[in-house]
Design a protein. Structure first.
Length: 204
């Protein structure tokens, strides 16, 4: 199981040997030390916990500091657990060298927040008629019944905050890796704004 934590740098493009243009996302990933390894016998499931981004001690709680110190590590800002069997051990360092060109991966990040949005933008609803006298301009239409249940069902697709939620993009491929600068070049776009945190895992 391959996994690493990083941050999205931005997008650029590469030219292949046959002259084709490939849009890629640049991810600055790792190095990520292994904080804890969980096994099915001891914890009920297999997983590995990685740390990312060195921090000042004042930005961590005492339990977090003690948890990292138990693994012989200093303060780190981010901790993330990735489920699956692994050959890593506590103290190992995960870098972009774990990934190579052609690897299929999935990337999880927080999508851009777009604020309050109506149903047409948020859920791709159709608008009402544009004929003379129509008041259904960008309204969502009927949202329930009258006699029963005489209320609006929970979970109706309505206006509200759009974006700013966890999104996982699958079907991505590693185009290139630069271990000297801790960079991963991934085909296509990944969720989030430049500088946001992303989690990269192999996509089986």
């Amino acid at each position: 199981m391959k996994a690493i934590i990083g941050k999205k740098v931005g997008m650029t493009q590469l030219f292949t040997e046959d002259g084709a243009v490939v849009a890629v996302t640049v991810i600055e990933a790792g190095p990520c030390p292994v904080v804890q390894v969980k096994t099915g016998a001891a914890n009920g499931y297999d997983a590995v916990q990685l740390a990312y981004g060195e921090s000042k001690p004042k930005h961590l709680t005492k339990p977090e500091t003690g948890h990292l110190a138990k693994a012989g590590l200093g303060p780190h800002r981010h901790l993330r657990e990735f489920r699956g069997p692994t050959d890593l051990a506590v103290g190992d360092l995960v870098t972009v060298e774990a990934f190579g060109p052609g690897d299929h991966i999935k990337v999880t990040g927080t999508s851009r927040g777009k604020g309050f949005a109506g149903t047409i933008k948020r859920h791709n609803f159709k608008r009402g008629p544009v004929s003379h006298g129509s008041h259904n301009v960008r309204a969502p239409g009927s949202i329930g019944q009258s006699a029963w249940p005489a209320r609006v069902w929970k979970g109706m697709r309505m206006s509200g905050r759009m974006g700013n939620e966890q999104v996982t993009q699958r079907g991505l491929v590693v185009v290139d890796a630069d271990p000297t600068r801790n960079l991963l070049l991934v085909s296509g776009a990944v969720p989030g704004a430049p500088g946001s945190l992303v989690y990269v895992r192999e996509d089986r």
